[in-house]
Design a protein around this ligand. Structure first.
Ligand SMILES: *Cc1c(COP(=O)(O)O)cnc(C)c1O
Length: 372
């Protein structure tokens, strides 16, 4: 079986580093918001090229707290994409804010021309773009929207750590970025975690207050914050076992993607070819097949022992949880493109522990798919 993620192989590789990290935390006698979190925040910010990082409990919390730190509150409109992890929109809904969805392009990424139409037509001050699949959105176009409409942006970088657009990392154009350490992510912990990244000292300070019950000093609560803290065990594990491997892991993902892009040749299988200067981190490797034959394609992969996924089967505005909630389509968007993506996307295995032989088997199976 070729797995979509191979955590057991990962453990065999990094167990000794992890156990050393766990021992250090255990013997320190300090388990929440201590030296490990502090050191990891510094190392992550250094890696990312951001002024600072603030460890929180999840990627979803990172989006919510960054929006709140920038002043987003109930009733504010927040522009975002209908195609992402549900958490992107849920973070907005939890504030009581109103998601406004701009549809995606033919590859599932939020369409920045439709974003502009939405921003022209309504009073929107907040924007949560998603670098979906690890494919970086163009930072010059994001900066243009930010400046033109005076937007406060949280870039959702849960899938894009290590992605570069003309040499520039994602997450540095918005005032804040959010990332996730959910185990399947490129920098994944052994549990939940996330971080806010920012180079604005004021937003840094506000986010630190919000993640810790709104405490500004011991037992002094100036705002109603959250309990959203990264714990020492996860931080130590990420520091010792994962961050030092991340560049190697990303290089391996890129090598696999290069082979898929070169060697998959099937008339009905469309791929996402990065443009010049675009270096995705390939959190996922999406292919797009005709909706009418996707089930056959999935069955074919399964029969060949190949794990796959769908990202995502349902557009967020079509989820049951959105019924009765306040949300809008942006001007010019009706969701038809993202719904088509939902009906045609399949994610092929791409992870750092995938062997060359496994990659060859995936390519061969895709190319041989008969009724796809
Ligand atoms: C995983 C993910 C999130 C949420 O992160 P959690 O840590 O699971 O809360 C948000 N946005 C995107 C694009 C994601 O992939």
């Amino acid at each position: 079986m070729i797995l979509a993620n191979d955590f057991k192989a990962q453990w065999r590789d990094l167990a000794s580093d992890a156990i050393r990290a766990f021992e250090r935390v255990g013997s320190s006698g300090w388990y929440v918001l201590g030296n490990e979190v502090h050191a990891f925040e510094g190392e992550l910010a250094g890696y990312w090229g951001s002024g600072s990082a603030i460890g929180v409990a999840s990627g979803m919390d990172a989006i919510e707290l960054a929006l709140r730190a920038m002043g987003c509150s109930a009733g504010d409109r927040v522009l975002t994409t209908p195609l992402s992890a549900f958490a992107t929109t849920l973070a907005i809904l939890k504030i009581g804010a109103i998601p406004v969805f701009a549809d995606t392009d033919e590859h599932g990424l939020v369409d920045l021309a439709l974003c502009r139409l939405a921003l022209e037509a309504a009073n929107i001050r907040y924007f949560v773009p998603v670098h979906l699949y690890g494919m970086p959105l163009p930072s010059d176009a994001l900066a243009d929207l930010r400046n033109r409409y005076e937007l406060r942006i949280v870039e959702d970088c849960a899938q894009s750590i290590g992605s570069l657009w003309n040499g520039r990392a994602t997450g540095l154009t918005g005032q804040c970025a959010a990332t996730s350490f959910y185990p399947t992510k490129n920098l994944g912990a052994m549990g939940d975690g996330g971080a806010v990244l920012t180079s604005d000292p004021d937003l840094d300070a506000r986010t630190r207050v919000l993640r810790d019950y709104g405490q500004t000093a011991k037992y002094r609560h100036d705002v109603a914050g959250s309990n959203s803290r990264l714990d020492e065990l996860q931080a130590a594990y990420l520091r010792d076992a994962c961050l030092p491997r991340l560049d190697r892991w990303t290089a391996r993902r890129r090598a696999i993607a290069d082979r898929y892009l070169r060697e998959i040749q099937h008339p009905e299988v469309r791929m996402l070819q990065p443009g010049d200067g675009v270096q995705p981190c390939w959190h996922l490797f999406p292919v797009f097949v005709p909706p009418a034959t996707r089930d056959q394609f999935l069955q074919h992969l399964k029969a060949a022992g190949i794990g796959s996924g769908i990202h995502y089967p349902v557009a967020i505005p079509d989820q049951q949880a959105l019924r009765g909630a306040a949300w809008e389509w942006g001007a010019g968007s009706d969701g038809s493109v993202s719904r088509r993506i939902c009906a045609s996307e399949v994610s092929l295995p791409i992870h750092p522990y995938l062997s060359e032989e496994a990659v060859s088997r995936v390519i061969e199976s895709v190319n041989l798919c008969q009724n796809c």
